[in-house]
Each structure stands twice: as C-alpha cells, then as structure tokens.
Write a protein that binds this ligand. Structure first.
Ligand SMILES: [Zn+2]
Length: 367
C-alpha cells in the first residue's frame, strides 16, 4: 500500500481510463526516489510550505470558517483557495511569527532535500491587505514583516548549512499606487542594508512578484512599477496565465517582460505560446480547478514533449496536501517517464533561477 492522499488515488483512477498507469508500488518507489534526490524548486509560497504543526503552534482562530484550511483541497476555484489562504493567515498574530515561519520553512526544505529554493513571501497579506479587508485585528508594518522573515531565513540557513533560499516579495496584482510605494520604499531600505544580504553580501530578495487574482486593469502602472523595481537590481516573477484569459496573459508578458512566470499555461492551447522561463504546477492547477481539462491533458505534458524549458513547482503544498515529490509522481503516472522529466525540469529550474550566479548560490544550485 502507498501513502498517497485520496485525491491523488482518485486522479490516478481518471488517468487510468485513458492510458496505462504504473502500479501503485512503482509510483511509491518513484516518489521515494524523488524525495531522496537533491532538488531545486523555483515556485513555492513560503507561508503554505511549512508543516501544519507550525500553524497549530501559533494562535489559530477559535473557529475556522470551514474545516481547517489544509483539509479543504480540492477547491472549486481560485477564490475558494484564497479563502483558505486568508484563514491560514489568521493564525499569525505576532511579528516574531514570520521569523519562526521562515525558520520552519528552511527546516522543511532540509527534510524534503530541496536544497535550493526561490520562494514567494506575502508580507502585504499581513499588512495593508489585512487592514483593507479587516482580516484580523493584529496589523503589521510591511517592512517590519519582511525583516522578520529575513531574520528567520538567516537563522534557518545558519542551522541547515546545505540549504539555500532566495525570496520573491509578492507585490500583488490588485494593489493601489500607495501600496506599491510602500513596497518600493521597504525594498529600497532592505536591499541596501546588512539585514538584506547573506554573509557573502548577496541579497536574499531577488525579485518582486504579482500574486493573487490576475487583474490587468492597471497593467500600465504595474509596468512602471516593475521598471522602478528593476533599478534596485530586482527581477520580475509573476503569476500569470493560470487558466485565465490567454490574450491578457500574452499582453502581460509583452508589457511587463517578466524574467519568470508561474503557471503560464493559458495561452498554450489557443496560441501555442508559453513564457521563456515558466514554472508549472500541474497538481496545483488541478486542485484549484484553474485547469479544467482532463488531468493528463494538462499543457505541461505537451510543453515538455516539445522540449520547452519548463520547470516544476509545488506552489502551496500545505494547503494542497501535496509536495514537490508528489507533483513529480503525478508526472510519472501520466508519462511513465518521470525520471527523465525530473532530470530535464530540474535542469530547467537551475537555468531559470533569478539570483545572481555569484557567491555561494552557484555552489548550491550545482548540487
Ligand atoms: Zn503560486
């Protein structure tokens, strides 16, 4: 018997209707092989990639709006997922929680043998978004939250010496110009301070991101913001083409010129177009219902078949009940060629990293 979650077994049942699927024992052996490999991951959210024990050790709400957030997948849509994310965030009540969370994230990376990660952090959710939607009474200053994450990261990396992590700070698709100004000022302060760099002087923050519901209404002001951010030496790493309007996704690529895109599959079926540096998360797209076709027809499989430089990410493993190893196991279930695809996509992830290849980074990425 395998340890796979129920949704995964259900998914295998569906894939099996279309093709031969490796046996459960073979899939379990493949999963364990991937789990033991040294890995790179370039799309995951730090807040949803620690164990549930982290959140249970804080002050969870007395009552959740539904069941606990990490038991809600599969979701009906992205909105349902965002509801779970917001609920999860309510357990965070003190500034030190971000430090502890970042430390717990590094510890989990070490346990999962993911030795180099570029991870999203979402300080806006605990500062101006928390205030805007009255999510929880405790509100934090944006820059203080980022600095708290950085303290935890520094502590974690000192303890788990074979792990390396760099960060993308989510500046959100839906944000006001005042909020973007807050993000920019914080980044300007942090990037030029010792708090923002490792012992070799390399910055921990390598990019800004755009996450949450895709919203192109302010694309021109987002483009201007991206230009300002680039002057701080940061790259652009956005969520786009996560199942939404393909035309808007292509317009976004043209206007923002991001160095990396998460998901990015929406224009594949209609236009055969994909970003140059894209991280796909097929299980995440299936569990959020942002990809609505048959599971084995997820565009990832065609893209990889065409030799496009696609990497694989786990996105929000805690909330989805997945892991990077399970994403790869799903790929093996569909293709029977998981080991080759693992090697190719890991190489793609390494060539798509946003951190400067200088200093200690190149060492850990080379693995
Ligand atoms: Zn994501």
């Amino acid at each position: 018997m395998s340890d796979f979650p129920k949704f995964f077994m259900d998914l295998l049942g569906v894939v099996r209707l279309d093709r031969r699927v490796p046996s459960e024992a073979e899939l379990q052996a493949f999963h364990d092989w991937v789990a033991a490999q040294s890995k790179v991951e370039t799309h995951v959210h730090l807040e949803a990639a620690v164990g549930e024990d982290f959140y249970l050790s804080r002050q969870p709400p007395r009552e959740w709006s539904e069941c606990v957030p990490w038991k809600r997948a599969p979701f009906q849509n992205l909105r349902g997922f965002i509801g779970a994310w917001v609920d999860l965030s309510r357990s965070v009540r003190e500034l030190n929680d971000f430090e502890d969370m970042a430390y717990a994230f590094v510890a989990k990376r070490a346990e999962d043998r993911i030795l180099y990660t570029e991870a999203y952090i979402s300080p806006a959710d605990f500062s101006f978004i928390r205030e805007r939607f009255s999510i929880a009474p405790e509100k934090f200053d944006f820059e203080s939250v980022v600095k708290s994450y950085l303290r935890g990261l520094r502590r974690g990396l000192a303890k788990f010496a074979d792990v390396q992590v760099r960060l993308t700070v989510d500046a959100l698709w839906i944000s006001s110009s005042d909020e973007r100004e807050t993000v920019w000022r914080a980044l300007e302060n942090i990037q030029s301070s010792p708090e923002g760099t490792d012992s070799e002087g390399e910055p921990f923050i390598v990019a800004i991101g755009l996450g949450g519901m895709e919203n192109h209404a302010q694309i021109e002001s987002q483009a201007a913001f991206c230009e300002r951010v680039r002057k701080l030496g940061l790259k652009i790493d956005i969520h786009s083409g996560e199942g939404g309007d393909p035309e808007m996704h292509l317009k976004t690529l043209e206007q923002l010129q991001p160095e990396r895109v998460a998901h990015g599959f929406s224009a594949w079926t209609s236009h055969r177009r994909i970003a140059d540096n894209v991280v796909m998360c097929p299980l995440s797209n299936i569990l959020l219902n942002t990809f609505q076709g048959a599971a084995h027809e997820h565009p990832f499989f065609e893209c990889i078949g065409h030799g496009l430089p696609v990497a694989v990410g786990s996105d929000d493993p805690l909330l989805l009940g997945t892991s990077l190893a399970l994403e790869y196991t799903f790929i093996h279930a569909v293709t029977g060629n998981g080991q080759n695809i693992f090697e190719t996509t890991q190489k793609n992830a390494r060539s798509g990293i946003l951190a400067s290849a200088a200093g200690g980074i190149s060492k850990s990425v080379a693995l």
